[in-house]
Ligand binder design. Structure first.
Ligand SMILES: Cc1cc2nc3c(=O)[nH]c(=O)nc-3n(C[C@H](O)[C@H](O)[C@H](O)COP(=O)(O)O)c2cc1C
Length: 357
């Protein structure tokens, strides 16, 4: 897929620590005169900018002619926080959404086949691309430019409310069959959810295996790694970041973490929750697609988001959250929405690491 010159460039990029260069992808570099494989490879540059649990980027892609296969990479699982690989399939859904948004932007039509080799398979979807555009887009308008802007923002949010017009735009994203979006504004409900989040923090942080796993994906702020989360994404500055993984692994910071997250959830203007009728892999992928629509729409209208998934990741709290919100469906993702100063992007792996034969 890559010629020698291209491979050398990527190697050089890795050596120089240009793991953030992936965010600089330019529309004008689309290889108009290239083969279909070159064009599809270019689209993948947008797919790999998607969010993923602990920035594991648990996906692989293969290109055959006019088809892209999207796989989860089971070697990149998070056995403690994501014991059933639910968030891994959600992450793959986010990457698939970016891929399709980019495809539509460059005037491709496509046909999607989910789990063609079985409902539990690593092969999440095969997308077949055509020169004829779709009659109707599968995505809200003009999300393409937000792909390179989106980031998870763990800053403290302003207390100002989100107006109805903006909330309506977020609600309109929720058109995936079987997946439901609730936006919670009522202070009493937010505070009850905040309590569950704080309890989730305590359960997770008390678990050494959870802290070890988290620490193994935390990086210092000058990391050359293409995956994981630099400390700056958590507001940890400068040289202290070298101690980040050690502190997380060695000390139980459940008190400060739970107090902070409770405050974040209490004070955020809106909590968003995605739930699905079924808890199977396809529902996870569709949750990921819908989440990415919401994240990109929010980015487009200047709204920030950050996850507070703790009460979904801890099985006993997931049921409590479901009952508290009187949901028929199963909670899949919980996040706060609001206004805040922007944060920096996190690293990504080079494309040839995720492109398999
Ligand atoms: C399915 C999923 C679950 C996530 N869970 C959490 C979480 O519980 N807490 C958190 O702070 N971030 C969470 N994240 C955000 C990731 O850490 C983030 O996407 C990743 O570090 C890449 O950074 P970026 O989103 O800024 O590109 C999650 C992301 C996804 C897709």
């Amino acid at each position: 897929m890559f010629n020698e010159k291209e491979k050398k460039e990527v190697r050089k990029e890795k050596m120089n620590g240009k793991n953030l260069a992936h965010w600089e992808v330019k529309e004008k570099d689309f290889p108009k005169a290239g083969t279909i494989e070159k064009e599809l490879t270019f689209l993948l540059r947008y797919a790999l900018l998607a969010p993923s649990g602990h920035n594991t980027q648990p996906w692989n892609f293969s290109i055959r002619g006019n088809k892209i296969s999207v796989y989860v990479d089971l070697a990149r699982n998070l056995p403690v926080v994501d014991h059933d690989n639910r968030e891994m399939y959600i992450s793959a859904g986010c990457a698939l959404a970016n891929l399709l948004i980019a495809a539509e932007h460059f005037h491709f039509g496509y046909k999607l086949d989910f789990f063609p080799e079985g409902k539990e398979d690593e092969l999440v979807a095969v997308a077949e691309f055509f020169a004829e555009e779709l009659e109707q887009s599968e995505f809200p308008e003009n999300l393409f430019a937000s792909i390179t802007q989106r980031h998870t923002n763990r800053n403290e949010y302003e207390t100002r409310t989100i107006n109805e017009e903006s909330l309506q735009k977020l609600k309109e994203c929720a058109d995936e069959e079987g997946i439901r979006l609730d936006l919670i504004k009522e202070p009493q409900v937010k505070s009850e959810v905040a309590e569950l989040i704080a309890r989730g923090d305590v359960i997770q942080m008390n678990n050494k295996a959870f802290r070890r796993e988290l620490a193994s994906w935390i990086r210092h702020n000058w990391t050359k790694s293409g995956d994981g989360m630099p400390c700056y994404a958590f507001g940890i500055p400068g040289a202290i970041s070298f101690l980040g993984p050690f502190f997380i692994k060695s000390f139980n910071m459940s008190k400060s973490q739970s107090e902070k997250d409770r405050r974040f959830a209490d004070q955020t203007p809106v909590l968003g929750i995605l739930s699905s009728a079924k808890d199977d892999k396809l529902s996870c992928v569709k949750t990921g697609i819908l989440f990415e629509k919401i994240a990109l729409t929010a980015t487009k209208i200047g709204i920030q988001y950050a996850f507070l998934n703790q009460p979904i990741e801890v099985p006993e709290l997931r049921q409590e959250l479901k009952s508290l919100l009187k949901l028929e469906e199963l909670p899949q993702l919980l996040f706060r929405l609001g206004y805040a100063k922007l944060r920096r992007h996190t690293p990504r792996r080079p494309i040839q690491e995720v492109l398999v034969q």
